[in-house]
Write a protein that binds this ligand. Structure first.
Ligand code: ZN
Length: 243
């Protein structure tokens, strides 16, 4: 549970921060009703024949696109989800000119919906899709409204611009995220256990004053944190004043 002393420490860090960067994971979106890939009641305990980490892979999409899309549309296309307090908190800091941006492992677009302008989507976004044959772009509604495997007017299979297992991160996004972390004077990590590489290794580029971890789970960086709060950020951020 978060203590009053920790809230005061976090308030002081945020008050003096001029180049704050956030690093977010699935935990940030669970309050918006989007299941966490790795939690007990998340995507891993579902009715599907294969575990999600197998379905959401490059080879599975190539070999069993029908089954991939059955799962994807059911579990990963959360187009109606709304951002929550945590997303809004980060967007407000950016609007105040004190936040360099958000680096996220999420693919749900909720940071942008909350108003964040600079978002490094390490794992891509369900809102961007393209034909694997001709490259034509499609929006998420097209995918959602398609029957079975979404197909382009050219006949090619459309896929989301989401980084699947077995695939590399986008170089430009990765470099942008590294640059933001290198420039940051405060790095606040929320809702990710920092175990998914290479994304998790990004924290090593941080050189700033304060590393803050707010997470219910243990992370490999707990010992390196200047402030470690082992609680849900829904219990933490509403106590921080931004003005
Ligand atoms: Zn096409």
């Amino acid at each position: 549970m978060v203590t009053n002393e920790q809230i005061e420490q976090l308030q002081a860090i945020i008050d003096k921060g001029k180049k704050i960067v956030f690093f977010t994971g699935a935990g940030v979106s669970t309050d918006s009703g989007i299941p966490d890939f790795r939690s007990q009641d998340g995507l891993y305990n579902t009715k599907y024949e294969f575990p999600p980490e197998k379905i959401v892979s490059h080879s599975f999409l190539a070999e069993q696109p029908q089954e991939f899309y059955r799962f994807y549309k059911d579990k990963m296309l959360n187009l109606d989800a709304n951002p929550n307090y945590t997303h809004a908190f980060m967007a407000k800091l950016e609007a105040q000119g004190r936040c360099l941006g958000v680096i996220t492992q999420n693919i749900d677009g909720l940071h942008q919906k909350a108003g964040s302008k600079t978002v490094y989507e390490l794992h891509g976004s369900v809102f961007r899709n393209h034909c694997t044959r001709c490259g034509k772009k499609y929006d998420a509604d097209f995918i959602k409204n398609s029957n079975g495997i979404p197909r382009c007017t050219c006949g090619g299979i459309i896929r989301p611009d989401v980084v699947l297992y077995e695939e590399a991160l986008d170089e430009d996004v990765l470099h942008g995220a590294i640059h933001a972390i290198e420039m940051a004077d405060v790095l606040i990590v929320l809702g990710t256990s920092l175990v998914v590489y290479p994304a998790a290794g990004l924290v090593r580029y941080y050189n700033g004053h304060d590393l803050v971890l707010i997470n219910r789970d243990v992370t490999p960086y707990d010992n390196a944190a200047d402030l470690l709060i082992r609680d849900s950020f829904a219990n933490v951020l509403p106590k921080i004043k931004l003005d």
